[in-house]
Design a protein around this ligand. Sequence first.
Ligand SMILES: *Cc1c(COP(=O)(O)O)cnc(C)c1O
Length: 221
Amino acid sequence: MPMSIAETIEHLRRRLPPQVGLVAVSKTHSVAAIMEAYRAGQRDFGESRPQELQQKAEALPRDIRWHFIGHLQRNKVKLVLPYAYLIHSAHSAPLLREIESAAQKQGATARCLLQLHVAQEEAKLGFAPDELPGYLQSGEPASLGHVQLCGLMAMATNTENAALVRGEFQLARRLHEQCKALAPNPTLFTQLSMGMSGDYPIAIEEGATLVRIGGLIFGSR
Ligand SMILES: *Cc1c(COP(=O)(O)O)cnc(C)c1O
């Protein structure tokens, strides 16, 4: 018998160190499945499509913290902002400028993680490792008054090669330390979001503070 959603949440919570937060990635899964996780005490959920996030956020309890983890297109920023507790996928300087402008218009503050590109996959987005310190030193991030930079998000290469994955998470961890010192507000730059169903144990060993787990909890479709 496979574990239920509630059982998996409880099982994971026992395995995660206390400093590591669990984002239950509910993209493509139903409101009923999310409610089952919610009743097991889960409050942080991850979505990757703006419209889907909006529909679920309107339908579900208000104390859910919604994490936007998908590819954020500039024309969808204003749709996502009212619902997102944390945007994990701020992948470029132009996107951050768009988030700033939308947040200013909405009178909001957007909490964001800078997405780092460490995987050996062209399709993945994010700042290149050697570009990020320069971006933070440029003064531009500090000028974004409605954006709070809260840390980094990284995705490892989708591979069975655990050594490669570990190396990518180690790089993310080192950059997180380096970027923290350069961030507009280092005391807010605390989150390192890395690790999914297939690689979260390695991510935790390498210093993740948030793991984003979907398939393991909700089953794959
Ligand atoms: C879908 C997704 C996840 C969850 O992946 P699983 O393998 O289902 O755990 C995590 N992070 C991002 C950015 C995703 O798009």
